[in-house]
Ligand binder design. Structure first.
Ligand code: G1P
Ligand code: ZN
Length: 590
């Protein structure tokens, strides 16, 4: 039996949970773990370790980026605890190892952190690195996991979804490389959540004081409360030419960064204002709030409206940017120009040679399937490999670990590199500032020159939110049937060159991810994509993505929605969207 436990197999864990806990757990641990790792060594038996009986919830399947539900859903008895125990039961042998823990500060963050700390101690972690006040932006958590070689990390966030007692909460697990857990782990977590019978927690212990950096002992597990910004800021200083950016600001360059009352406020103030010398007040909405001040912390022109209005006014500063609830998304805006995230990825790739961290070596570039093909054009010219992955950052992890790609991006305001394994909002802002500092041109001039060289990929995404789930599923299944016969046919003035339900084979581990979106490409290079959101929490969200490629210099400044009009009309008739959902307008256009 002890050998089986040593293998840490699911069977042995089940056996222990069913028959040996709580009486024999100490004796088994004494035999299994060297005394320097054993969390309860030199201590009295942990009288407060409690094994709590529980029953499964049937809806704990992680989506595109972890488990996201309404706060009240997470507050159901044992709901959070079940999922956390399912994570611990799925990640292998972490006894005595280090866990990173932090979140975006939204409502329920602190309560969840205290519960997870007590569960981590009861489950045998040796140490938890937790952000001050329970805060880590998602990219900062990835930095800390990698820097301190943690076993993994738990990030509490529902990203760009609103926060507050009636809004969303989320939780996800990242592996030791700092990356969101791959599907094989999230599937295992789900499987464990469906058969869970008990979880372990330290009871009768006071909450940990997370208000300042300090070290605590929780029944033998060390808790280190860390400055949430310092390690992240240091990495940024290593990657970019801070001196060049400092002189840009000292020469009067103006910036507005909208932190949307979310997690990036303290990071942006420290890096942009304190370290780089942007004028005080350049960071707006910089105080994080548990409900994001009632806003929707999604950095697009609709939700970051204060910034959007400023950037398209007469008083526009030289550069504008925003980040989302947990700091991994970014929006880039110049004086009277919005840079699509797809274009941003292409422009960063084309200018990577100007950045200290990327000038000597650029592996390939990767984008999610619905992201425009602007980066492909750059990669082709530069002789770089370009990968097309399903939606979700977790698909980039393997490519980065295998040194196949350096830069990655998604149309959904996500850009990043192999410096960590998450997308990174402030990183993208600093990359742009570094380019602007070297090129000494406006954002608009840089974008215009880029389009002239590579052509312009007109791009837009239309979201139909909170649609009835059955209707949305019906729409997708009808499309799935239709696409099998479309190839070669003519739709309006366009000829279909391929149409399929995107299926991805990971080039590193050969794992297959099916049904990743309906994908229709035309012979002129334009495309449309249909998929259902995997991060929403009410009903279904249908996302339709449009792209066309324009190479005529005189046609570079059309209105995007007009340039895409034929595709938009085609998508509606092909999908019968209005008939099936009753919707005649998208709820959000980006
Ligand atoms: C959305 C975005 C996707 C991103 C994810 C997490 O997922 O579309 O690109 O990776 O949020 O930020 P979706 O709701 O479309 O499944
Ligand atoms: Zn996010």
């Amino acid at each position: 039996m002890i050998e089986k436990v040593g293998l840490n197999s699911a069977i042995s864990r089940l056996f222990i949970r069913k028959f040996l806990y709580p009486v024999r757990i100490l004796a088994i641990n004494q035999l299994l773990y060297p005394s320097n790792l054993y969390p309860y060594s030199d201590k009295e038996p942990p009288m407060t370790l409690k094994t709590v009986a529980t029953t499964p919830y049937d809806d704990q399947k992680p989506g595109t980026s972890g488990l996201r539900k309404k706060v009240s859903h997470f507050q159901q008895p044992n709901y959070l605890e079940n999922f956390v125990q399912a994570i611990f039961d799925s990640i292998g042998d972490y006894q005595g190892q280090t866990l990173v823990l932090g979140g975006d500060g939204r409502y329920f963050n602190l309560q969840a952190i205290q519960i997870i700390l007590k569960m981590a101690a009861a489950n045998g972690f040796g140490k938890v690195l937790v952000g001050q006040n329970g805060i880590f932006s998602t990219p900062a958590a990835s930095v800390v996991i990698r820097k301190y070689q943690a076993f993994g990390g738990i990030i509490l966030s529902a990203s760009h979804n609103p926060g507050g007692p009636d809004e969303d909460f989320g939780i996800k697990y990242n592996t030791g490389n700092g990356s969101p857990a791959p599907e094989k782990i999230t599937d295992t977590i789900y499987a464990h959540s469906q058969v869970i019978e008990q979880y372990k927690i330290m009871e009768n212990t006071a909450d940990i004081d997370l208000s300042q950096p300090a070290t605590f002992d929780l029944e033998g597990m060390q808790i280190q409360v860390m400055d949430a910004v310092a390690d992240y800021a240091q990495l940024m200083a290593d990657l970019f030419d801070f001196d060049a950016i400092k002189s840009l600001f000292s020469n009067g360059f103006s910036l507005c960064f909208d932190a949307m009352h979310a997690v990036t406020g303290p990071y942006a103030v420290e890096i942009l204002e304190n370290q780089l010398g942007a004028a005080r007040g350049s960071v707006i909405n910089g105080i994080p709030k548990t409900d994001f001040d009632g806003g929707h912390p999604d950095p697009n022109l609709v939700h970051a409206h204060e910034l959007a209005e400023l950037m398209f006014s007469e008083n526009a500063p030289d550069f504008g940017a925003a980040s989302d609830g947990d700091g991994d998304r970014n929006m880039i805006v110049g004086n009277n120009i919005f840079v699509t995230p797809s274009d941003s990825l292409a422009i960063l790739t084309a200018n990577a040679h100007l950045i200290p961290a990327y000038k000597d070596k650029l592996y390939g570039v990767a984008r999610s399937m619905p992201t425009s093909q602007a980066a492909d054009m750059v990669a082709k010219k530069m002789g770089l490999d370009c990968y097309e992955t399903p939606t979700g950052w977790k698909f980039f992890g393997n490519l980065m670990d295998a040194d196949k790609v350096t830069l990655c991006g998604e149309e959904s305001f996500g850009t990043g590199s192999n410096h960590i394994r998450e997308k990174d909002g402030l990183w993208a802002v600093l990359f742009w500032l570094n380019i602007l500092a070297v090129r000494q041109q406006s954002v608009a001039d840089i974008v215009d020159e880029h389009w002239l060289e590579y052509g312009r990929n007109y791009y837009s995404r239309h979201d139909y939110e909170a649609v009835d789930s059955d209707s949305a599923n019906q729409l997708m299944s009808l499309l799935r049937d239709k696409v099998t016969t479309l190839s070669g046919s003519t739709l309006g003035s366009l000829t279909v060159s391929y149409s399929d339900d995107f299926c991805y084979t990971d080039p590193v581990d050969q794992s297959i991810s099916e049904h990743q979106g309906i994908h229709i490409g035309f012979t002129d290079g334009s495309r449309m994509v249909f998929r259902l959101s995997g991060t929403g929490t009410s009903g279904a969200t249908i996302r339709i993505y449009y792209e066309s490629h324009e190479t005529r210099p005189d046609n570079m400044h059309q209105d995007t929605q007009e340039a895409l009009q034929e595709l938009i009309q085609l998508s509606l008739s092909l999908s019968q969207l209005q008939e099936l959902t009753g919707r005649s307008e998208p709820t959000v256009i980006t």
